[in-house]
Design a binder for this molecule. Sequence first.
Ligand SMILES: [Ca+2]
Ligand SMILES: [Ca+2]
Ligand SMILES: [Ca+2]
Ligand SMILES: [Ca+2]
Ligand SMILES: [Zn+2]
Length: 715
Amino acid sequence: MLIEQLESRRLFSTINWMNRGLVTDRFSEVFGAQANLARGVIDEAIARWERVITDFNYSDGTNTYTLLIAMSGTTNGTGGVGGSDDDIDGKPSHGTVVFYRGTDGAGAGWYLDPVPADDVEFNSTVHNAFSARASAGRPFTRADLLTVAMHEIGHALGLDSNDAMNKFATDTGAIDTGSAHLWAFEGPSVSHLFTGYDVGGTHNGAQHSADSDESVFYNGQMWYGTDHLMNPVVATSQRNLIDNVTAWAIHDAWDYDIELPEVFGTFYSTLNRSTGQLLVRGAPGPADPSNDNIQIGLLFGALVVSVDIGQDIPGTGPLPGVGNVDAFASVYNPADITSIIVQSGDGNDTIFINSIPANVTGVSVEGGTGNDTLTLGGGDLDTNLNAPITFTGGSGNADAIIFDDDTDGLGSDTYTLNTNSLVKPAGDSLSWLSTENVTLNASANNDAITVTGTASTTAVRVNSRDGNDTINVQSTDIASPVTLTTGIGTDTVNVNTDDTGIALAIFPGTENVTNINIGIGGRLALGGAGVPNSFVLVTTALSIDNGGALDLTNNSMIVDYGGASPYVTIRDYIATARNGGAWNGSGITSFGAFLANPRNTTLGLLTSVEYFSIYGFGADYLGQNIDLNAIVVKYTYYGDTDFNGVVDFDDYSRADAGFNNNRTGWLNGDVDGNGIVDFDDYSLIDLAFNTQGVALRGQGVGASLVRVGARRISG
Ligand SMILES: [Ca+2]
Ligand SMILES: [Ca+2]
Ligand SMILES: [Ca+2]
Ligand SMILES: [Ca+2]
Ligand SMILES: [Zn+2]
């Protein structure tokens, strides 16, 4: 559909200003040296109508409308009159438009836009997509000749109280001004509130689009006027563009082919033709904040800017009253744009910048109030974004920026996440301020991702996705660990392996990471705080420096090793972290055990052979397949030798056998991991037996309460 739109942009009608530059246009007489500037404004008004009306569909096959346009010979002021006075088979084909001479008869009070092709000087107060007001500068307190010209030419083209318009108009009986009534226009394309009011007199039909202060209850609902080009009166300082409603109405009344005016820009996206700066804005809500959706991206060689307002202005869409209005989608020539500013304003706004034109040298995105989310890259950061981009989340405590490199092509990627920016070697700095959440969705290929720092107020998440990825978490704020997911592949996670400062990382759930290396000052945690043993960390090779920690919180781990069994290493990592029950040492620790009151839990470990001896050969562990070369670590009670989540008679039997036969290992009752089963182990087992509550089985069954049988009298 968009391709059709773009192609149809080449189709224009022709509107000929027959007496342009002749003495009869009186522009020199009124404007003097400014005459050609004023004529240029009229040219722009004509050009804007030519691109909206693509074909008059005249019965004789022609597509040209002719106009006589002149300044009044007699009347001072900043208004005008326009109408049609000839036709082809009943359709307007010729018109006459006259503008007043200005307040002094010499053009005073008119604003003659020196760059009439853009509307930037008016976008101080935006009424709606097609109407805005200047608060300063030359247009302020002057009448915009471009707006008045487009209005009067609109009359000449057929927007008038005439049979074609009134065929769809019904008198609501409600009074607008004086004796003028409000009329309900119900065409095939649009329903909208019109009025018979005119400064020059009252019409018995749909002469003008009703003002924004008019409304009426008609045909079961409220109808609202709005600030529009075809309002009876336009204020000074204000520009109205040709709006969608006006275009639909002239299409319905006269069967002209139209291009939707939003395609050529709105006040939600305005291009400064002098500087190349594109300003994209959301809307303020009239009452509550407006949650707007803004999307910017290249499509088929054009830049498309789509702004979907959360709190739509009634009367700006095809509906006569309140109701959802579609996004306003504008299409720009990428070569015209050198910078982009997005201001989404109030509300929780959603902004996507999927790609930007090659000429753009910088992009600034301001989320304003509310919790705003900016998603960058459209799946390929290097290809799509070739300029620095800054995001200011603004107020709101959950502003977010998401880097989307999901569909990046083949080849390794290198990403560096700094405290306030993401840098790729092939790309520019993408930075953020007052942003509480940062997410990097890396490519599905082999990536090298380095985190050099985090801010205490920003939560950083790195999803390395598929491929063989290496993630180096070199440094973080103590309050802001990096959350990691690693996808499928042979991945390596290094946490503070430079042994300098501190670095913290978290796996939010079950994760399979081939290599894990934790340096001095490094801490890597698995989930936590949920149902015990909801998550499993699966790894092949684990290395923890003295001074580093892997925190399983209240979860599990599988070390699926190759080569020699790391059983003793794992057992010792747990024992040093446990540190006699203080849980403050290096190694494999458990914040869940640290928090337990009484401290009756720990991390137990079984070889897969031991595990199979209880649960059968090939049994899975919490849904994870294990083979003969694996070690299973579980958060559970001291003495839960068989990992069934409780301490019971079977456990005491194993501990007794272990004690009597000088065995070793968790399965046989060495619950403190010192290599023997002794009195210390029994003390811990008894504590757990007497105080255990919830069975620590795993997700899905862990929440069930277990009734404990009679205390066993041990020797
Ligand atoms: Ca909407
Ligand atoms: Ca906002
Ligand atoms: Ca990857
Ligand atoms: Ca022991
Ligand atoms: Zn009018």
